[in-house]
Each structure stands twice: as C-alpha cells, then as structure tokens.
Design a protein around this ligand. Sequence first.
Ligand SMILES: Nc1ncnc2c1ncn2[C@@H]1O[C@H](COP(=O)(O)OP(=O)(O)OP(=O)(O)O)[C@@H](O)[C@H]1O
Ligand SMILES: [Mg+2]
Length: 266
Amino acid sequence: MKAPILTLFNNKGGVGKTSLIYHLAWMFSELGKTVLIADLDPQANLTAAFLDEDEIEGIWLRAEPGSTVFKCVEPLTGVGDISPPLLRRITEKLYLLPGDVALSSFEDILSVEWPKALGDSNLYRPMRILSAFWQIMDAGASDVEADVVLVDIGPNLGAINRSALLAADFVAIPLGADLFSLQGLSNLGPSLRSWRSSWRKRLENWEESTENRSVSELQLPSGKMKPIGYLCQQHGVRLDRPVKAYDKWVQRIPQWVRNIESPFSD
Ligand SMILES: Nc1ncnc2c1ncn2[C@@H]1O[C@H](COP(=O)(O)OP(=O)(O)OP(=O)(O)O)[C@@H](O)[C@H]1O
Ligand SMILES: [Mg+2]
C-alpha cells in the first residue's frame, strides 16, 4: 500500500503549518512510524528546522541531482526527466526531502503545462510535470518504506501549491483566531474544489488518449486532497480565559466552516 500523503494548508500565511509538520513528523517517528517529510515551500523553513545552515548551504552549493525538491524537478525545465530524490536521513525513522528557494522558478512551468494537459495530443509531458511532486514523493516513500508522507507548503493559491495539493491524499487546515485566517478559509473552499475537478478532467483526458495506452507505466495521483478538519493556533491565555479578541474569532470558526462554500462541504 502506498503511504498516505498529508499536507496542511491555508491561504493565509503564518498559521503554524511548518511548526505543525515539524512536530507531527517527530511525533509519528516516536510512535515507530517511518516518516518522509517533503519541503515544497520555496521559503524552505521546514528544512531550516531540521538542518543547520552549513548543511543547507552544502546541499545547495553541491547542487547534486535529486538533492533538493528543485533538483529533482529541474531536468523537467529542459528536455530531461525527474531526478530520483536523495533523501536526508534525520533519524532511522525520519527522512527529509530538502526544500530549495530555487523552487519558485518552477511555478511558471507548472502554469504553462496546466492547460496543455487538456489538449488532444502530447499529453505525457504535461501530465508528468504536473504530477512531478507526487512522483518524487512516491519514489522517496518507496525507497525508505515510509508509513506516512508529510508535506510543507507555502501560503498561496499558485501553481506550485496546486501540484502539491493534487499530490495530497489529505489536507488539514490550520487557522489563526483572526479575520484573515477565516477569510483565507473562504478562498480555500472554491480553490480546492476547482483544482480537484480540473484534475479529474485531465485524468479523464489522459485515460482516453492513445498515448496512455503506449506509455502505460505513468502512474498519477487521484487528486483527492480530502479535507480532514481544521486546527486553531493557540492564543494567549490570561487568568485561564482566552483573550477576548481571539475568543471572538475562535467562537466564529465553526459557523464560517459551515456557512461558506468551504472545503469541508464535500
Ligand atoms: N500552535 C501555535 N500557537 C502559537 N504560535 C504558533 C503555533 N504554531 C506556530 N506558531 C508561531 O507562529 C509563527 C508562524 O508559524 P509557522 O512558520 O509554523 O507558520 P506557517 O503557516 O508555516 O507560515 P508560512 O505561511 O510563512 O509558511 C511562528 O512564529 C511560530 O513559532
Ligand atoms: Mg511555513
């Protein structure tokens, strides 16, 4: 069975995604699970939490194929194919696919390939590129026999995150107790819904194509990205009561989740 891929996402930044992925990774590994952590955020904050600056600089300077997430996908920016991931062993149970600030440059290619995947022909390369993050994580998870893959992503609705989310089986949504996080949540519902159905169209297009029959070894993610709930960032506590401004937003979260066109409603 393939390891489930879990990510945390909100359109609003700074809601604790990276911190949560970091702690979940250690918690799962302490429970005896083998964890693959993939840093798909070009800010590479998760990588900085696991490796010191000298190690990160060494990886970036050596620029070995597969040594970071960008180094895995870089050949796709020319005429090459994905480089297999070189994972960093943090402990016997914890493996990291390091992030890379250079990953931002992959955003344009993903945007260009998105419409091409709906064309009548030459679909293999767009489908390979759009699913590249999934291909890499799948290969890495098989290499280390991971029980779970945790993916850290940035806080926007761009093409990198679209491909990262299409690779995810499950998405949990961290929120701050504030208006901005809740507004982020309302942007998220329609985006996840639209990406899910657009990917389904591309999968159907691929399945019906003649190329699919000739390149049958291409495996693709189903693009489920099933929302599994939300987590609220801890707020300051005074005299055992939440600070009033935060409490107001905490109380309103369930209502927002129910009322808006949210990712939880399907
Ligand atoms: N549960 C929490 N309660 C309170 N503060 C937190 C919590 N989790 C993280 N923080 C703090 O919030 C800040 C942002 O956290 P973090 O970098 O994990 O967020 P992020 O969602 O990954 O941000 P970005 O969108 O930039 O990637 C950090 O200063 C972190 O220490
Ligand atoms: Mg982060």
